[in-house]
Write a new protein. Structure first.
Length: 272
């Protein structure tokens, strides 16, 4: 645990140093649980791995540091060109190749990957019709027989109304609403059973799952409010004045919603 990070987070979240330390301890415990669940999926991997929806590359970095062997290969797939360009700048690892591509048409041959994985990406998947199974069919095509398809994501299990009971749930709803402004469908938060059904629909067998408890982030609403206020002009520029109104309503809601974190799950299945 890094004392500088503890102090910086205490300041940002407006909490005591001790509260910040306790939060970091819980986060460390979560990382250990995460590693215990993911490591066995990579142990036998000989073919390349594919990461879907790499975003800014935080999970890409973890994959390279903890799971991809020295002789291994990782393709990081990202739909947005600006984000893919940043990923290319961020990493100088010879094992990594960034592919600017939508999941619906991957520039990889049939059966060429041993594992396809996404973290915190499927709930954010944007498509014209919201049919996630259709958006992922090409990812199954690139998997070799016996290959593993892994989804690691937030879920809404345990909440009767996730939007009013979790500030994180409200944030995720905002992403769905933003996509709707541009006439698209963002998949949004789902239950574990929906992910299991999705993997079944993709034709995967031997589907298993492992749940992870996530500690609540102290000061979550305050930190996210600052971020949203900073991003407001950019959102209005991209989505128009409706996005500004949406951000204002989220900021109002944050004052009323508890800072409950969403649980996470890892679900995986085999291609036959
Ligand atoms: C929340 S971010 C991912 C965070 C990242 N995986 C991590 O764990 O740090 C989701 C990313 O998925 C990308 N994405 C959404 N739909 C996609 C699609 N159909 N194909 C590929 N990438 C997609 C988005 O552009 C975004 O960068």
């Amino acid at each position: 645990m890094n004392q500088k990070e503890i102090l910086e987070f205490a300041k940002e979240a407006e909490i005591s140093e001790e509260e910040s330390r306790q939060y970091f301890l819980k986060e460390e415990a979560l990382e250990i649980e995460e590693q215990k669940a993911l490591k066995p999926l990579f142990d036998w991997l000989v073919l390349p791995a594919v990461e879907l929806g790499a975003g800014m590359g935080d999970f890409t970095e973890e994959l390279l540091q903890k799971y991809i062997k020295i002789t291994g290969k990782l393709y990081a797939v990202e739909r947005l060109d600006t984000t893919a360009a940043r990923l290319k700048e961020r990493f100088k690892d010879l094992r990594l190749e960034v592919l600017q591509s939508d999941s619906t048409s991957l520039p990889l041959p049939d059966g060429s990957a041993g594992l396809v994985i996404s973290r915190m990406a499927l709930h954010d998947f944007v498509s014209a019709d919201g049919d996630v199974a259709k958006a992922l069919a090409d990812c199954i095509r690139v998997l070799a027989p016996g290959g593993v398809f892994v989804v690691y994501d937030k879920i809404k299990d345990g909440f009767a109304d996730v939007e009013t009971q979790s500030a994180e749930g409200r944030m995720e709803r905002m992403n769905v609403q933003l996509a709707a402004i541009e006439g698209k469908v963002c998949w949004g938060l789902h239950l574990l059973e929906h992910y299991i059904a999705l993997l079944g629909k993709l034709g995967l067998k031997d589907i298993r799952s492992s749940g992870l408890d996530v500690p609540d982030t102290p000061g979550y609403a305050g930190i996210m409010s600052k971020t949203l206020k900073e991003r407001r002009p950019a959102y209005v520029k991209r989505w128009g004045p409706e996005a500004g109104k949406l951000i204002d309503s989220v900021l109002e809601d944050f004052a009323k919603i508890p800072p409950k974190a969403l649980p996470r799950m890892i679900v995986w299945g085999l291609k036959q």
